[in-house]
Design a protein around this ligand. Structure first.
Ligand SMILES: NC(=O)c1ccc[n+]([C@@H]2O[C@H](COP(=O)([O-])OP(=O)(O)OC[C@H]3O[C@@H](n4cnc5c(N)ncnc54)[C@H](O)[C@@H]3O)[C@@H](O)[C@H]2O)c1
Ligand SMILES: O=C(O)C[C@H](O)C(=O)O
Length: 324
């Protein structure tokens, strides 16, 4: 899963490293040859996870940081991945997590703005549609927001799309790249299946069921885990894959393109100033935001349904920081 052509390595931090995502994500980052140093932070359990992961036989150094050592954990980091916060239980929407996770993410962002404002920040904590604007607004308040260095991780939607499409079309998920645009919750997740030859011909119930499964794949896991949380293992895989893409870009590799939720001009004229679309990653983070390309009539409808929800989620995040 990791690709690395360049030699420069980076110091990476995981905030929320003791959790369901944080632990396997830390393990996968330990396996990434582009990571030289891994700082694991959590309000509970990170030193134990770090001791465990540090025995894996790759060259990177792993350090664990207890609850009161956040600043030390952030010192000198180039990439910070945030899976801190509570997950859903059955019957909840991602927005139901806002009340708990908004302040967690805001406080972590404030520490990042103070200690390592130059780092690329990769936000996994839900609701992503709001937590990313919360990080942006917090850094903006501190005068250190760089839109090129803030990313909402929507890779799990890309991973699910490739896997679920493969189940229908018989395509190899490893060779299937589905562009998913919009945001990361329900109707804001817009897979552009018409842009692939394997997805183009799908129609009627088959198409609608596939889109629904991609949009609500998270619910499938939440239901199956029956109160014990949401996707952790597939998310750790997706998070490590996205972190590797960012690291490859920072290393100067050209042509690293993947969907991610960033500050974006694409629909800013409609009041939606954060949006996920294909983004080229480079030495400064976001190198180029690609246009979404041509859409089928069905995808036009999905996009029309996405934008108002996304706008509300973004505004909610911004308002939270403004009132803080
Ligand atoms: N972006 C995505 O595609 C995606 C996918 C799956 C889950 N998620 C989200 O990721 C988040 C984490 O999920 P999980 O299953 O790992 O939850 P979890 O409860 O297993 O782990 C969360 C961890 O965060 C820690 N934490 C809480 N407050 C913290 C703080 N202030 N600083 C540092 N750490 C703190 C907890 O101690 C815990 O170890 C949830 O919000 C979930 O909804 C996002
Ligand atoms: O569904 C969730 O709450 C977690 C995550 O956003 C997912 O898509 O699996």
């Amino acid at each position: 899963m990791f690709s690395s052509s360049a030699a420069r390595q980076s110091k990476v931090a995981v905030l929320g490293a003791g959790g369901g995502i944080g632990q396997p994500l830390s393990l996968l980052l330990k396996l990434d040859p582009l990571v030289s140093s891994l700082n694991l932070y959590d309000i509970r359990g990170a030193p134990g996870v770090a001791a465990d992961v540090s025995h894996v036989d790759t060259n990177s150094e792993v350090k664990g940081f207890a609850a009161d050592k956040l600043d030390e954990a952030l010192e000198g980091t180039e990439v910070i991945v945030i899976p801190a916060g509570v997950p859903r239980k059955p019957g909840m929407t991602r927005d139901d997590l806002f009340n708990t996770n908004a302040s967690i993410v805001r406080d972590l962002a404030a520490a990042i703005g103070r200690v390592s404002p130059q780092a690329c920040v990769l936000v996994i904590s839900n609701p992503v549609n709001s937590t990313v604007p919360i990080v942006a607004a917090t850094l903006e308040k501190q005068g250190v927001f760089d839109p090129k260095r803030l990313f909402g991780v929507t890779t799990l939607d890309v991973v699910r799309s490739a896997r679920f499409l493969g189940g229908i079309a018989g395509t190899d998920p490893k060779e299937t790249v589905v562009t998913v645009v919009g945001g990361h919750s329900g109707a804001t997740i817009v897979p552009l299946l018409s842009q692939l030859s394997a997805g183009k011909g799908l129609q009627g119930e088959t198409y609608e069921k596939l889109v629904h499964r991609i949009q609500f794949g998270g619910d499938e896991v939440v239901k199956a885990k029956d109160g014990a949380g949401s996707a952790t293992l597939s998310m750790a895989y997706a998070g490590a894959r996205f972190a590797n893409a960012v690291l490859r870009g920072l290393n100067g590799e050209k042509g690293v393109v993947t969907p991610t939720f960033v500050k974006s001009p694409l629909f800013a004229d409609q009041g939606v100033d954060f949006f996920s679309s294909n983004v080229e990653l480079g030495v400064n983070g976001v190198e180029k935001i690609h246009p979404i390309g041509s859409l089928s009539p069905e995808e036009e409808k999905l996009l029309a349904a996405c934008l108002p929800d996304l706008k509300k989620n973004i505004e909610k995040g911004k308002a939270f920081v403004a009132q803080s």
